[in-house]
Design a protein. Structure first.
Length: 114
């Protein structure tokens, strides 16, 4: 598909977002995220499609919210030096996206595909 917007770190397929949110609402504390990693002139980006290879994890924080705690950051970046972390708050119906690059986690920019 290619990157839809210059600088977007993550391209979200609606079916993948629905699967992530449904798993969190059903009580799953963590789920693998499937899709593909790609790169272009602007760098690495991820397409979250719900199929393909494992490119990250979606996680529900025990205390709620959409910010990862230090323990989650450490374990995620160790497992995924490059990847996508989605932190879901199923009670608020919100989520935040992060990308890991060389073991450092930062907030991700995203676009939704059709």
């Amino acid at each position: 598909m290619g990157r839809l917007a210059k600088g977007a770190d993550v391209i979200l397929c609606p079916a993948a977002v629905e699967a992530i949110l449904c798993a969190a609402e059903d009580g799953s504390m963590s789920e693998p995220i499937l899709g593909r990693a790609a790169s272009d002139d602007a760098g690495r980006f991820y397409e979250l499609t719900g199929s393909g290879t494992r490119v990250g994890m979606s996680v529900v924080m025990e205390d709620g919210g959409t910010e990862p705690d230090e323990g989650l950051v450490a374990s995620f970046t160790e497992s995924f030096p490059y990847g996508v972390l989605v932190v879901v708050d199923p009670y608020a119906g919100e989520f935040s996206l992060f990308v890991s690059e060389d073991g450092a986690l930062r907030r991700a920019s995203a676009v939704m595909s059709e």
